[in-house]
Design a protein around this ligand. Structure first.
Ligand SMILES: [Zn+2]
Length: 69
């Protein structure tokens, strides 16, 4: 199964997270701090959901913006 490494923001340990745990908050296996939820697919957002997501997410967020003509 595909998995991804999520770095613990508290202690820097890499935690292997299975791909099917997307969007679920995990816990560091070393120090038990909360890990940022793993997202490995783009998450469609709009003006009503973007601000809350970015403000609540504890890690860096990569955003792509587009607008219709
Ligand atoms: Zn940790």
């Amino acid at each position: 199964m595909t998995s991804y490494i999520v770095t613990c923001p508290a202690c820097g340990t890499g935690n292997r997270i299975p791909a099917d745990r997307e969007g679920i908050q995990g816990q560091c296996g070393s120090c038990h701090a909360a890990l940022p939820p793993l997202y490995h697919h783009p998450q469609p957002m709009d003006s009503g959901s973007f601000d809350g997501f970015v403000a609540a997410y504890p890690g860096p967020v990569l955003a792509e913006f587009w607008a219709p003509w």
